[in-house]
Design a binder for this molecule. Structure first.
Ligand code: ADP
Ligand code: ADP
Length: 235
């Protein structure tokens, strides 16, 4: 099943008459359920702009975008946040955790909008912290955690509403090699054991090679769409 279908996606910024700056120039992209995909490209190539559209944070200027078969042009602005919350788990380079909340509360928060009871939220948040091996730090606040630990909490939070897609924008960008490795291992597990569709945006070509397929962006166009050979990870 296609979880993402993009046809002729154009994104332009209007800079006042007569200037319009076209950033994405007609992107066609299909992603199938359960794929582990990477998006690579130099700074300024449009990765963040594309990610914002994929994540229903922004709308294209032209083109069609189907998210889990749903034509997004038919979704009103008020409906976007619900779709985001249900279908997508975001992971960012800078973690974006709530500073004054414990790891457990950070993970439980997205479930508030889903209307789950407190006991259900807490139970699931504990299970998710266990999944990323962070049970011992459940009651710590973000500033009491290392970068890698923060990112593990952020991944648990991204999983809170059991999203179809995990969108990770440079999730290892602020981490050292060893810690980045740990984060990648969690993504591999979510992909293999839970069948999650994962879209990884990265500058790191080695990490991209670990994914099943790599899309390369250059100056707002897809210049390569390549299946990666399966590589054996150590451990
Ligand atoms: P990245 O870390 O993704 O390489 P960039 O350095 O390209 O980010 O840009 C950082 C952010 O600044 C982008 O997400 C974008 O929203 C914003 N930005 C970049 N260029 C402009 C611009 N010319 N006008 C307004 N915002 C911009
Ligand atoms: P990447 O994530 O690959 O670094 P971005 O998507 O952040 O690339 O940016 C792609 C291009 O879009 C850049 O040239 C950037 O300057 C421009 N850009 C991004 N956001 C804006 C904005 N809000 N207004 C104008 N230009 C922007």
């Amino acid at each position: 099943k296609k979880i993402i279908e993009m046809r002729g996606i154009v994104k332009s910024y209007y800079l006042g008459t007569p200037n319009e700056l076209e950033i994405l120039h007609g992107i066609d992209l299909d992603v199938y359920e359960g794929e582990f995909l990477s998006i690579v490209g130099p700074s300024g190539s449009g990765k963040s702009t594309l990610m914002n559209i994929l994540g229903a944070l922004d709308r294209p200027t032209q083109g069609h975008f189907f998210l889990d078969q749903l034509p997004m042009e038919n979704v009103k602005d008020e409906g976007l946040s619900k779709i985001r919350n249900e279908k997508i788990g975001f992971v960012f380079q800078t973690f974006n955790l709530i500073p004054r909340s414990s790891a457990l509360n950070n993970v439980a928060l997205p479930m508030l909008y889903g209307g789950k009871s407190r006991s259900v939220r807490t139970k699931r948040a504990k299970e998710l912290l266990e999944l990323v091996d962070m049970t011992a730090r459940s009651h710590h606040r973000p500033n009491e955690l290392s970068g890698g630990q923060k990112q593990r909490v952020a991944i648990a939070r991204a999983m809170a509403n059991d999203p179809a897609i995990i969108l990770a924008d440079e999730p290892t960008g602020a981490l050292d090699t060893h810690t980045g490795r740990m984060v990648m291992d969690i993504f591999h597990r979510l992909h293999q054991e839970q069948g999650k569709t994962i879209i990884l945006i990265t500058h790191n070509t080695e990490l991209a090679l670990e994914t099943e397929r790599t899309i390369r962006l250059k100056d707002g166009s897809i210049v390569e769409n390549k299946i990666n050979e399966k590589i054996q990870l150590e451990g």
